[in-house]
Design a protein around this ligand. Structure first.
Ligand code: 5GP
Ligand code: ZN
Length: 113
């Protein structure tokens, strides 16, 4: 657990969330400020600050993060969905604990803003 990390506190159960999935390595929960009818986050329980610091040792975990995000989207009857990881302030990252956004349920434009 990283000091003062919001998502580490969520993993530790100190901040309540609506959980969609939990296993030994990952937690998925509803985003508090949804940007689409379906918007949830999948995070590793282990603190990683973002994609800017991952290495070969994290490969299996990141692969699982993507697989579980896609499976949860499909389980939610979302044939079209978007998986997003923001890295760095200019890319829109506001919480510096790695998280995958899963968005679905409305048409989405490309490129993103
Ligand atoms: P980022 O901007 O870092 O890619 O995404 C952070 C996300 O975390 C945002 O979509 C924001 O709404 C969500 N978020 C921030 N604080 C909380 C919280 O306390 N609970 C939940 N469920 N989501 C949060
Ligand atoms: Zn953390």
């Amino acid at each position: 657990m990283s000091d003062n990390c919001l998502f580490c506190k969520i993993v530790a159960g100190q901040i309540p969330v609506v959980k969609l999935h939990e296993d030994d390595e990952l937690l998925a929960f509803a985003d508090i400020n949804p940007q689409a009818p379906t918007h949830f986050l999948v995070i590793p329980k282990r603190h990683l600050s973002g994609m800017g610091t991952v290495g070969p040792a994290d490969e299996a975990l990141i692969g699982k993060l993507m697989r579980v995000g896609a499976e949860l989207a499909r389980a939610n009857n979302a044939p079209s969905f978007r998986l997003v990881i923001n890295n760095g302030v200019e890319a829109g990252q506001t919480v510096f604990h790695l998280h995958l956004h899963v968005l679905a349920g409305r048409p989405m434009r490309w490129p993103p803003g």
